[in-house]
Design a protein around this ligand. Structure first.
Ligand SMILES: [Zn+2]
Ligand SMILES: [Zn+2]
Length: 236
């Protein structure tokens, strides 16, 4: 079995030498991943942000909005500012099955953030079953699965269910987004973890993760984190 496994690995390495994966952004050969090393190095990593909502900040720990009205989650972590190549990357992950992007972002997320106390479970933001059928996969689940493998903690997509088919949020302002997301989720287990991380691809107004966090708080989850790949650079 071990021999067969190493043979498969050798074949894969050889195959990738002959047919390397082109970088999604510049087209050059990559090291068996979604982007080449130089494109990864140029991505707009968030250097400093609000600890509660992950909005990029120049030099404060908590943004004005969170000081006025703190969000439900205790901590928000994000990796990239939603600008430059990121909108293109996120749309490739969401609509064009660029699954390797989820793995790459999970690796970058972990190498960038110091995660002192790990959550008990990861909960990806679910899609409504009809949207899942349409798209065939959930990009947030792909990211959560990759994180779960790397961190060796369980990903439990079945705990949080989407019970309302919400309108696409792109054209909505923050207030409309919050209204649109109301009652969108349901917690469907008697098992309630103490500490969870909600996983999503992009955080814009925070309406989606706010609604998920509200449901989790109501069933008794004590500590809630929100982990996303990208964060909008201003409150919408
Ligand atoms: Zn590249
Ligand atoms: Zn904030």
């Amino acid at each position: 079995m071990a021999n067969l496994l190493s043979l498969t690995q050798q074949f894969r390495q050889l195959y990738r030498k002959v047919f390397p994966i082109p970088c999604l952004l510049c087209g050059l050969a990559t090291d068996d991943q979604a982007l080449c090393e130089s494109c990864i190095a140029e991505l707009p990593v968030i250097q400093q942000c609000c600890i509660r909502c992950a909005i990029p900040l120049a030099n404060a720990q908590i943004c004005g909005q969170c000081l006025k009205k703190p969000p439900i989650q205790d901590i928000s972590l994000s990796l990239y500012r939603y600008e430059q190549a990121i909108p293109r990357m996120m749309s490739a992950l969401k609509y064009h099955r660029q699954i390797q992007l989820a793995e790459m972002c999970a690796q970058e997320f972990i190498s960038y953030h110091t995660l002192a106390t790990l959550p008990d479970v990861l909960l990806p933001i679910p899609l409504h079953p009809s949207r899942l059928r349409q798209r065939g996969y959930n990009q947030s689940l792909l990211f959560a699965d990759s994180l779960a493998k790397l961190l060796k903690i369980p990903c439990r997509p079945e705990l949080l269910k989407r019970i309302k088919k919400t309108a696409t949020q792109t054209q909505l302002n923050a207030k409309q987004r919050h209204k649109n997301m109301r009652q969108a989720f349901e917690y469907s287990s008697s098992f309630v973890p103490q500490h969870v991380a909600i996983i999503d691809d992009v955080m814009t107004s925070g309406a989606t993760t706010h609604e998920a966090a509200r449901v989790l708080k109501r069933v008794g989850v004590e500590t809630i984190e929100v982990w996303t790949i990208a964060r909008a650079i201003s409150h919408y």
